[in-house]
Design a protein around this ligand. Structure first.
Ligand SMILES: [Cu+2]
Length: 393
């Protein structure tokens, strides 16, 4: 009797939880209503069986409960019942699987007018590439990845020269324009997922996977990595901005082409790289470093408020004396930070696991990031460093 009551309570609680739960899907912002419909079908079919099977058990518990003087009947098989069960479960399983096949067929049939956009995942950041005026993405290879060429585009392939590069975590798309997302990973398994689009796909090192969708609602949506890809996984975030055609074209024009990024540094970048810049540039440099710390997901492992996470906090780090795993010590100055970021596995700080990934950064980017870390250093150390560096410049 207690078991029967427990089962009824479990069924009622499950149904109440479903209808009263605050966790509902985000509003749909793409063409994939079919994904939601498929999920609803799955939920309804499994819910009907869940309720029916549990209530059937409750019925048998009550109907065949122990009574004095009554004996159980032995019935080893019942062909008629077996046939019925086979038919019913077959129909239910077909009902569960068939809609998914139709939706998947649509998911892999890309419309002819779809714009190609490449997404590159790396622990724990996103990059994006669009074809330029030539309409083609140039050849790329993991072997060609370097600080100057983080996308690994083949400089000898003419098709890659006009490719538009977005070396941060914000992707822009045009409303009602179908896009085919071409996904690559530079290290481990990742998964590009924007919940309101309902479309996602794993990113597998060594291959290009793809899916398509049409964003149909203006807005700024969060990108998540949906495959556990290391300690910084939860910080692997980005944004997709869906805007009108004019806004999208304007944004796209402001992004550099591959040829431009490979050209000798522009005067602006050179100024940012020069440490002798004035106070205003110093602030801009710190702001640039902050943006980098966010887009490269440094903040997934390093805090700026003193609380420890996977890596050392940046609060009070600059100027501090760090002890290494092998007992040696080192003062955290600009050279130390740059060396560490450039080659994170070369030495191990005591108390921390050697798990920091190598993130390709240009000299200018590294300068900005170090300036940002420095801005959270101990006040005395920062002042000292400024005094030391001032006369020599
Ligand atoms: Cu990831």
């Amino acid at each position: 009797m207690a078991m029967a009551v427990a089962l009824v309570l479990m069924v009622v609680a499950s149904l109440l939880f479903h209808f009263l739960s605050p966790w509902w899907a985000t509003p749909l912002a793409s063409n994939w209503r079919q994904m939601d419909d498929t999920l609803t079908i799955t939920l309804v079919v499994t819910a009907v069986f869940f309720v029916a099977i549990n209530l059937f058990i409750v019925y048998t518990l009550l109907r065949f409960r122990h009574r004095e003087g009554r004996r159980a009947a032995y019935q080893p098989d019942n062909k008629k019942l077996e046939h019925w069960l086979i038919v019913a479960t077959s129909i239910a399983i077909m009902g569960l699987l068939a809609p998914g096949l139709f939706v998947y067929a649509a998911y892999v049939t890309v419309p002819a007018n779809a714009l190609d956009v490449e997404v590159i995942g790396q622990q724990w950041q996103w990059r994006f590439r669009y074809p330029g005026a030539g309409g083609k993405l140039g050849r790329s290879s993991i072997d060609l990845v370097s600080a100057a060429n983080p996308f690994g585009i083949d400089p000898r392939d003419p098709a890659g020269q006009d490719n538009i590069l977005v070396n941060n975590n914000e992707l822009h798309l045009q409303i009602n324009q179908p896009v085919r997302m071409l996904l690559r990973s530079q290290d481990v398994l990742h998964d590009f997922y924007v919940p309101p689009f309902r479309a996602r796909m794993n990113m597998v090192p060594g291959m290009v996977t793809s899916f398509w969708f049409t964003p149909n609602k203006l807005g700024r949506y969060e990108v998540l990595c949906a495959q556990l890809c290391g300690v910084g996984h939860s910080g692997m975030r980005g944004y997709v901005v869906v805007e009108d055609a004019a806004g999208f074209q304007k944004w796209l024009k402001a992004q550099p082409t591959f040829a431009q990024t490979m050209a000798p540094p522009a005067p602006v970048a050179a100024a940012a790289a020069a440490p002798a810049a004035g106070a205003a540039t110093g602030e801009a440099l710190v702001a640039q470093g902050k943006a980098l710390a966010e887009s490269k997901a440094c903040v997934a492992c390093h805090t700026v408020d003193g609380s420890p996470r996977v890596g050392p906090t940046w609060k009070g780090l600059f100027g501090k004396t760090e002890t290494m795993e092998n007992g040696s010590t080192a003062t955290v100055d600009e050279t130390y930070l740059k060396d560490f970021i450039r080659n994170p596995q070369a030495r191990v700080v005591k108390g921390f696991a050697p798990m920091m990934p190598k993130i390709e950064m240009s000299d200018a980017e590294l300068e900005a990031l170090v300036a940002y870390i420095k801005s959270y250093g101990t006040p005395a150390a920062t002042q000292q460093a400024q005094q030391q560096s001032a006369p020599s410049r």
